[in-house]
Design a protein around this ligand. Structure first.
Ligand code: PHE
Length: 341
């Protein structure tokens, strides 16, 4: 075939090819095929030397024109296809604002944390502040400074988890009473929530780790009626105003007089049921007036200062409040359990 005819044929081919192209990828292939360094237009340029010399200028001119035309055509199609693809992309990525959203996973406060927070709120409202103490305690703070004598059964290995001769996992939050009295001046009004440990086998109602909330008030002229009034407010807020309370005489080495505080049963309201062992009452805390020996050891003159203290196991209260029958679920971190609250 003569080069002139080849040129004509190529021109037609190019026009058709570019007109039918549907996407940018295909267009790029055509560009390489016709306009690339080794493309068909270049091929014709390479063959010009083979035609008769008088024909060369005309063919050269025509080939140049074809190259220009093809380049223009390519540009035109490129713009069209780019526009088209952008439109398609926009359509695909359009957000339907009427669709329901994906719900974020909400976290839940553990029932122990929630209950603790509620109790803190009540006492903060009564003017208390929050105090803390270490979970690894010395014998001095856990026992001695609390007037717990050397031969007291609480000190026994059977009940207490010792770390070495002098250190142990605190068996109650009461050491925070002493630490606070040593560091603050009266009037003192603190609430000390925290973990405590005892050497108990784990079962449905016992755990070697549990939680207590300690309270301490020390000032001049604090009396047992202040203790009663404080407990009364606390019980009304947490258990409801209709609850009765009663104080039963008891014994703690660090309070004198001492009492156990009972609340009328939250299930039977005092009638007697299985929860309260038919007594109509639930035991919620130990309390009493700070023992003069404890005040003295902490550097207070018991003739001038007096105070009351109370301590409650929060786990049992949370179990009663939320109807939990096995203490172990509080520590197993099963989300199915936690999601119920
Ligand atoms: N610490 C006592 C206990 O663990 C409770 C208590 C605290 C009693 C404060 C009286 C005053 O049983």
């Amino acid at each position: 075939m003569k080069l002139k005819e080849k040129l004509k044929k190529l021109k037609k081919e190019i026009q058709q090819a570019f007109a039918g192209v549907e996407d940018l990828e295909e267009l790029e292939k055509l560009r390489v095929k016709y306009l690339g360094q080794k493309g068909e237009v270049q091929e014709i340029f390479g063959q010009i030397g083979e035609v008769e010399p008088e024909m060369r200028p005309e063919i050269g001119k025509k080939t140049n024109e074809l190259q220009e035309q093809a380049a223009k055509l390519h540009q035109k199609e490129k713009k069209r296809l780019e526009k088209k693809e952008k439109k398609q992309k926009m359509k695909k990525e359009k957000i339907d604002v009427t669709l329901p959203g994906t719900k974020p996973e909400m976290g839940y406060a553990h029932p122990l944390t929630r209950g603790m927070e509620e109790i803190k709120e009540v006492f903060l409202g009564l003017g208390f502040s929050i105090a803390e103490g270490p979970e690894i305690e010395t014998e001095y703070y856990n026992f001695e400074a609390l007037n717990i004598p050397e031969n007291h059964p609480a000190r026994d290995l059977q009940d207490t988890l010792y770390i070495d001769d002098k250190h142990l996992l605190r068996t109650h939050t009461s050491p925070v009473q002493v630490r606070t009295m040593e560091n603050q001046r009266p009037p003192i009004r603190i609430l000390a929530p925290g973990r405590v440990y005892r050497s108990d086998e784990l079962d449905a109602s016992h755990s070697p780790v549990f939680h207590q909330i300690e309270g301490l008030v020390v000032a001049e002229d604090i009396s047992f009626s202040d203790l009663k009034g404080t407990i009364r407010s606390f019980v009304s807020e947490i258990y409801g105003e209709e609850r009765d309370i009663r104080f039963r005489p008891s014994y703690f080495p660090f309070t004198e007089p001492s009492a156990e505080v009972d609340v009328s049963c939250i299930v039977c309201e005092g009638e007697g049921c299985s929860l309260c062992s038919r007594s109509g009452w639930l035991e919620v805390m130990g309390a009493g007036m700070v023992h003069p020996n404890v005040l003295e050891m902490s550097g207070y003159n018991p003739e001038v200062f007096s105070g009351f203290a109370f301590g409650m196991g929060w786990d049992r209260i949370a179990m009663l409040k939320y109807g939990i029958h096995d203490i172990r679920v509080l520590f197993e971190n099963d989300r199915r359990f936690l999601h119920q609250f």
